[in-house]
Design a binder for this molecule. Sequence first.
Ligand SMILES: *Cc1c(COP(=O)(O)O)cnc(C)c1O
Length: 361
Amino acid sequence: MPRPIEALIHTAALEHNLTRARAAAPDAKVWAVVKANAYGHGIERAYEGLRGADGFALLDIAEAERIRALGWRGPVLLLEGAFELRDLELCSRLDLWHVVHCSQQIDWLAAHKTHAPHRVFLKMNSGMNRLGFTPTTYRSTWTRLNALPQVGEITLMTHFSDADGPRGIAQQVGAFEAATRDLPGERSLANSAAILRHGLHADWVRSGIMSYGSAPDFPEHDIAHWDLKPTMTLRSKLIATQQLTAGDCVGYGSSFVAESAMRIGIVACGYADGYPRHGASGTPVLVNGVRTRTVGRVSMDMIAVDLSPTPEAGIGSEVTLWGEGPNGARLAIDEVARAAGTIGYELMCALAMRVPVRAVE
Ligand SMILES: *Cc1c(COP(=O)(O)O)cnc(C)c1O
């Protein structure tokens, strides 16, 4: 028998969450962002649930090829654009739209031979200082781009640094609007946090994390608040139990010491599966659908959990690390991430190769 750990991808939940993006931005077209192998879900599996989107946005040409191989003929957007001149040939061949965020990419376009003009998304650096042209150079860049025969329609685009937090988006929206006021073309600004928290949707929204059942502004709001459903379950089983007496320690470094007699279970899941090692004792976990906590350090292949709330649990009992548990129990990935000092994005993207994954309704 293989190790009992597995991940489930809930395609109906992906579909539900996409509907939530549509409902929140009813007049916009929706990019399903599927970068990083669909946030760790697997592009092919995620496609089952997200094919109702208006387009797929990602970074990697190999991922764009996978989307085309699934038969998707609609828009595909490369969010970081070309990494070298040759990438533009694949954009022509696969009909990929691409972001233009630096002058080098415009030089490549000018040198590119193509029959069909490319649809490009011209990115403004409105304050995040990662990618894009500053507001002062944006207009002249647009003019240069627009003059190229290789370029067709230009969409105006920016990305928010603080849509999920108290700083908000007003300053960046102000910079974007001032610099683009009389430029033609569609607009794309909002990521998940902006879709849910700010009513600014423009022509295209870019739904990432909300599609995958994680609240972009957790813990201020959780997925129940936004009516999102978990799309990934990581589950395993107990492979041993131990009876501790007061003073007994658990795991490497003996970081957990039992205060009184207690039973613990050993779960076939560790950091080599993508479970975060940085959670101290006390990360939430479900055993037989009942909420309990981890105890001691996370090992490569195992963690220990407190079985006090589930005296009936034994070898073979089901353990939900995150997602949907038995009997309708649920553990949001955001809660586990928080206990480990990280965010849901990182946990889902870090699901390890060795974990078998299967799609379920
Ligand atoms: C990843 C990404 C998104 C999606 O962000 P979420 O917070 O996951 O919704 C949107 N736009 C760009 C440019 C991105 O890189």
